[in-house]
Write a protein that binds this ligand. Structure first.
Ligand code: PGA
Length: 251
């Protein structure tokens, strides 16, 4: 099996000011100083990015953003471009999170444009996919994942996707305390990996990191990470506390 370096990513959502982010980083970094075999990323709100980047300087923890707009610049009130994120110190950007799809009208088509713009600007992408509770009950989980991956990555070729990470986040598990069982997560991850092999190449599929997200906690990370196709986690609520997030990183 190819070696895929685990990635543990914290999505802070709409929490923490710049000052709060700096306090967090001061507490968090010493706790994870010896976690060299895994990659860590944190994604604060836009307003906290530069302060967080300064606080992270000299550490191996990567900075990510939670969204972007695809144009480089222009009359797009309220939006932030890939170039601005890179200049603020971001190495990663999360794209297509279910909260963006649910509350802000994000579609597979707009996700596709964002992925392209991010990769062109040299950012690594965490592309989020996942079914709702209704879709799962209706037996549509795999068809939803198929559509989200296929459309989200439309018109790409494998060589353009070296910096892609996919996060499988069942919507019913996000912020609900209801984690997918490790079997449910593994089944979805394996499905996504096979789909990537069919759409792109076996080599790309073998190297692709697929993260699980949805109520990941210090108590359940180890059993999830033990599954063959789970290569890391995208953590919301539990990443807001440096002690809890460090325990997840050091699972
Ligand atoms: P949660 O969020 O860990 O709070 O469930 C995960 C996410 O939305 O990325």
């Amino acid at each position: 099996m190819p070696m895929r370096r685990a990635l543990i990513a914290g999505n802070w959502k709409m929490f923490k000011t710049g000052a709060e982010a700096v306090d967090y980083v001061r507490d968090f970094l010493p706790r994870v100083a010896h976690a060299a075999d895994r990659e860590i990323m944190i994604a604060p709100a836009f307003t906290a990015l530069e302060k967080t980047a300064e606080a992270l300087a000299g550490s191996s923890v990567a900075l990510g953003a939670q969204n972007l707009f695809w144009e480089a610049e222009g009359a797009f009130t309220g939006e932030v471009s890939p170039k601005m994120l890179a200049a603020a110190g971001c190495r990663y950007v999360i794209i297509g999170h279910s909260e963006r799809r649910q509350h802000f009208g994000e579609t597979n088509e707009s996700v596709n444009r964002r992925v392209r713009a991010a990769l062109q600007a040299g950012l690594k992408v965490v592309l989020c996919v996942g079914e709702t509770e209704r879709e799962r009950s209706a037996g549509e989980t795999f068809s939803v994942l198929d559509k989200q991956v296929r459309k989200g990555l439309k018109s790409f070729v494998a060589s353009e996707l070296d910096e892609l990470v996919i996060a499988y986040e069942p919507v019913w598990a996000i912020g609900t305390g209801k984690t997918a069982t490790r079997e449910q997560a593994e089944e979805a991850h394996a499905f996504i990996r096979t789909l990537i092999a069919n759409l792109f190449s076996a080599g790309m599929a073998a190297g692709l990191r697929i993260l699980y997200g949805g109520s990941v906690k210090p108590e359940n990370i180890a059993e999830l990470m033990a599954m063959p196709d789970i290569d890391g986690a995208l953590v919301g609520g539990a990443s807001l506390n440096p002690e809890a997030f460090a325990r997840i990183v050091l699972y």
